[in-house]
Design a protein around this ligand. Structure first.
Ligand code: NDP
Ligand code: 8X3
Length: 252
């Protein structure tokens, strides 16, 4: 794939920034969005010698802003070929009975509603052009529960099922939709989850070789590089340092 228009949400760090670098290497035009403009500008400065880059603040939780953002894209960026719905976060690891409702709201608003808004804003153009692709970033947490994963896992289960239902709606068009479900990857993810506690965040990856943002960006590129009649529905990926545990049993 080259010379396409790729929009990446949550491009200021982690998977999103790595995707921007990978898609720039292929000569694609980039629309990069997130809340932290300084980081986006740095990324744009790094990549804009190679490809055209449109960098702008977008909080995916703001429904009207998402619609306006897509509607007002400059002409050379407006016919989006690939949307990487990546913006998302986990907040907290407390059991449900102690978790913060504000954190739960933020995860639902970002991981579910934000992804919905971006999809709804971009999809009509893709369907009209009978061309395009959406790659949603889910998580192993969407299929495999763990203590404290409560609402985060629930939001990622939504991403998985929404992806499949989009495919059902899009049958008859050539628009492709995929969900990639990564396991533990070292990005700003844990720093955000633990609200800036770097020590706690670092412990998540200690003694392991987690997935990297570059690993995930490479896989997202591979999904997009498949022949246009090939749709990867779901792709789950883990570091070899991660696996499942047996069912937990409480003996009272
Ligand atoms: P990072 O924290 O490094 O990146 C998250 C990105 O999302 C940032 O660019 C952040 O930008 C953006 N973001 C968060 N909230 C919003 C918002 N309201 N509007 C727009 N952008 C937002 O973590 P990752 O790269 O790891 O996370 C990317 C995606 O991957 C998430 O959906 C995450 O759930 C998922 N994931 C992560 C895994 C991991 O272990 N790291 C594993 C599986 C899935 P800014 O703060 O500037 O807005
Ligand atoms: C991120 C992976 O296992 O921390 O989605 O939930 S995990």
């Amino acid at each position: 794939m080259s010379g396409k228009i790729v929009m990446i949400t949550g491009a200021s760090s982690g998977f999103g920034a790595a995707c921007a670098r990978v898609f720039a290497e292929q000569g694609n035009r980039l629309v990069i969005a997130a809340r932290r403009l300084d980081l986006l500008q740095r990324l744009r400065d790094e990549l804009s010698g190679r490809v055209p880059v449109h960098a702008a603040v977008l909080d995916v939780r703001e429904r009207e802003a998402v619609q306006a953002f897509v509607a007002a894209l400059p002409e050379e960026f407006c016919a989006i070929d690939l949307l990487v719905n990546n913006a998302g976060l986990a907040l907290g690891l407390e059991p449900a009975q102690q978790a913060s409702l504000d954190d739960w709201d933020t995860m639902v608003d970002t991981n579910i509603k934000g992804l919905m808004y971006c999809t709804r804003a971009v999809l009509p153009g893709m369907v009209a052009r009978n061309r395009g692709q959406i790659i949603n970033v889910g998580s192993t947490a969407g299929a495999w529960p763990y203590p404290g994963g409560n609402v985060y896992g629930g939001t990622k289960a939504f991403v998985e099922q929404f992806t499949r239902n989009l495919r059902a709606d899009l049958l008859g068009s050539r628009v492709r939709v995929s969900c990639i479900a990564p396991g533990m990857a070292e990005t700003e993810f844990s720093t955000v989850r633990f609200k800036g506690d770097l020590q706690k965040a670092g412990k998540v990856y200690e003694g392991t070789e987690p997935l990297t943002a570059g690993d995930i960006a490479g896989i997202i590129k591979w999904i997009s590089d498949q022949p246009e009649h090939v749709n990867i529905n779901h792709l789950e990926v883990m570091s070899v340092f991660q696996s499942w545990a047996p069912f937990a049993v409480h003996r009272g």
